[in-house]
Design a protein around this ligand. Structure first.
Ligand code: GUN
Length: 299
């Protein structure tokens, strides 16, 4: 059987390091990391994510502020709020929860966030820093950064000689994931919906990262024996076996089939998911260290 990569335990260890770094910063600089989370509208999934981010931030010892704005908020009002947060010295991390209502240009909002407070890592400046390997000044998007920590647990920090395949080319996961793997010396291929013979390509992967958002698309026979499989997908599917109207969460990988072949694999839930919030906290405490001219902790 493969090693099941415990994302909950890994996330708890990241959060313990964030708490320690936060206490240290309070002692050395009388500084408390501050995070502002902005949510516009009533999307229920977003509300759950935002509540969880706020709760974890408080557990880390941060000042956590939530701005809840109505669906009718104009783009100009949101820009004004972001600019106010950019100028607030007590705020070190700004996160505007996506998706935004369709009348607001999310691209413009993301580019309004000051790069040094962009703990999501979505601003062009941070994308460029990651793309050029300037990781000491970048913020890396939380889901790929968390996935990378799980990969390091299996392989260490140097992936020389290993083939990595990332399935999915989103700006939030696929592209930054590929850059992180490349930076760690892996040989990286990004696959997507137009890729020819995806199963054969996946079988070349020593490290396979699935980030497509299609339930159980990646089958057991696509996995190279002994490979490390990182499943970023979180898909809710009907589960009539649990009762009428019930559902369950599955990843982008057919777990039981893949687990029979893989060397190590992340479960869904309990794999990459908990790491995303943990890395948001890590980025925020790093931001506070940078603001105080202190060397940030390394995660
Ligand atoms: N919505 C879903 N995932 C994310 C994320 O990582 N950051 C933000 N800002 N919104 C999201």
């Amino acid at each position: 059987m493969p090693t099941v990569i415990d994302g909950k335990a890994a996330a708890a260890s990241v959060i313990a390091n964030v708490q320690a770094a936060t206490s240290q910063l309070a002692q050395s600089d009388a500084l408390t990391p501050g995070i502002a989370v902005v949510i516009v509208g009533e999307d229920p999934a977003s509300q759950v994510y935002v509540a969880s981010k706020g709760k974890t931030a408080k557990a880390c010892g941060f000042n956590s502020i939530q701005h809840t704005l109505p669906e009718s908020t104009s783009e100009e009002e949101l820009v004004a709020l972001v600019e106010q947060l950019n100028a607030d010295p007590e705020i070190h991390g700004i996160l505007v929860q996506l998706p935004l209502p369709s009348h607001i240009d999310s691209g413009r909002i993301i580019q309004t966030i000051a790069p040094e407070k962009d703990v999501d890592g979505f601003h062009f400046t941070n994308v460029g820093r990651l793309g050029t390997g300037e990781l000491d000044s970048a913020f890396v998007p939380c889901t790929p950064a968390g996935s990378m920590l799980l990969i390091e647990r299996a392989h260490g920090r140097d992936l020389s000689g290993l083939n990595a395949v990332v399935v999915g080319r989103s700006n939030i996961v696929g592209k930054p994931m590929a850059n992180l793997l490349l930076n760690a010396n892996a040989t990286v291929t990004i696959a997507h919906s137009r890729t020819k013979d995806l199963p054969a390509l996946c079988r070349t992967a020593d490290i396979l990262v699935a980030a497509v958002g299609r339930p159980e698309m990646i089958r057991g026979e696509w996995i190279k024996p002994g490979a490390t499989v990182i499943d970023v997908g979180i898909n809710r599917i009907p589960a009539p076996e649990k009762g009428e109207g019930k559902s369950r969460l599955v990843g982008d990988v057919a777990y039981d089939e893949a687990a029979a072949v893989a060397g190590s694999i992340t479960p869904v839930p309990g794999g990459v998911g908990p790491m995303t919030i943990a890395l948001l906290m890590a980025n925020t405490v790093v931001s506070a260290h940078r603001a105080a001219n202190r060397t940030p902790p390394r995660f």
